[in-house]
Design a protein around this ligand. Structure first.
Ligand code: CUA
Length: 325
């Protein structure tokens, strides 16, 4: 299991969900969706129980005791217009009400408020990353009680950004932007899933939303900028490895995963699919990060996405690799 989750000890531990079968609702739009859902569930339960109860009652009450009695019953069955109009009109109004209620909720969900804070989300096999003023992070950090619009992209195949606690989900489609918005109502951490089957490690494509208490988000951004500018290269490289999702495909302990392990990689002779042999040095690593499709290591899938790193970050990764002997 990849350790994607960065502990945030300052955040309150949330009590369990107040719902029986739904995760805790933590956004402004969640309550409406839950109401609609529960209304449909209970309406279905009541109708089902009612229909089966009536069926059982009629079966017992009008059960024919002989063939003769049965024939008489068939002849006397009749038509009742009032009853038929009633059981058609009432459900019609219920269905119209459900449509209006659902459509209004849908429009609300699809219309991000103009004052939203925008954060870009990038899906790639098999990790989410989120862009902030200081760079990227593998967790979605947002302020509490503020409208947030997430602009979603995919670098490879279809993914879907899913935040159950906010009752919101949107596909990440290669070659176009999609979006979703929410307004978190309480500080805390909530899981993010990929809800579109995207290959081998689809179920590991996890992240979380960190909802900061008032003032916490601004403080966090400031801290991140300071860290990015002041970390020594090796530590910056380690941070990139964890935050950019490199760890989704590369291990640092020599165990196999989708891409080559980073342990002992620096200085190694690697045979490529093109038949060429290269020594893993600074320039080879730099090229592999900036243009990962150019040369593929023999026996490995061609699945590394392009990752935008600054020169400082690339140097950091190289220096970090050197320490993994
Ligand atoms: Cu990404 Cu499933």
């Amino acid at each position: 299991m990849i350790s994607l989750f960065q502990p945030a000890p300052s955040l309150p531990k949330l009590p369990p969900s107040e719902h029986f079968w739904m995760p805790r609702d933590a956004s402004v739009t969640a309550a409406n969706i839950d109401w609609l859902y529960m209304f449909m569930v209970w309406m279905s339960v009541i109708c089902t129980v009612g229909i089966f109860a009536a069926m059982a009652y009629f079966c017992t009450k009008y059960r024919a005791t002989s063939r003769k009695a049965n024939e008489r019953a068939e002849r006397s069955s009749d038509h009742n217009t009032t009853l038929e109009v009633t059981w058609s009109i009432i459900p019609l109004f219920v269905v119209i009400a459900l449509f209006v209620w659902g459509f209004k909720g849908f429009v609300d969900l699809r219309t991000p408020p103009k004052d939203s804070l925008e954060i870009h989300a990038i899906g790639k096999r098999w990790a989410w990353s989120f862009q902030y003023p200081h760079g990227v992070d593998n967790a979605l950090h947002v302020p509490v009680d503020r409208n947030v619009r997430i602009v979603i992209q995919s670098l490879d195949v279809l993914h879907s950004l899913y935040i159950p606690n906010f009752r919101t989900k949107m596909d990440a489609v290669p070659g176009r932007y999609t979006d979703l918005w929410f307004r978190a109502t309480e500080a805390g951490e909530f899981p993010i899933f990929c809800a579109e089957y995207c290959g081998t490690s689809h179920s590991d494509m996890l992240s979380n939303v960190v909802v900061h208490p008032p003032g916490g988000y601004e403080k966090w951004v400031k801290e991140q900028i300071e860290i990015a500018n002041s970390l020594p290269p090796v530590e910056l490289g380690k941070r990139v490895y964890e935050k950019q999702g490199c760890n989704a495909c590369h291990t640092i302990d020599g165990s196999p995963k989708i891409g080559p392990t980073w342990k002992g990689l620096f200085g190694k002779n690697e045979s490529l699919q093109s038949g060429r042999n290269v020594k893993v040095d600074e320039n080879y690593i730099r090229e592999s990060i900036l243009d990962p499709q150019k040369e593929i290591v023999a026996g490995m899938p061609n699945s590394m996405p392009v990752t935008k790193l600054s020169d400082r970050e690339i140097t950091g990764v190289i220096e970090y690799l050197k320490t993994l002997k």
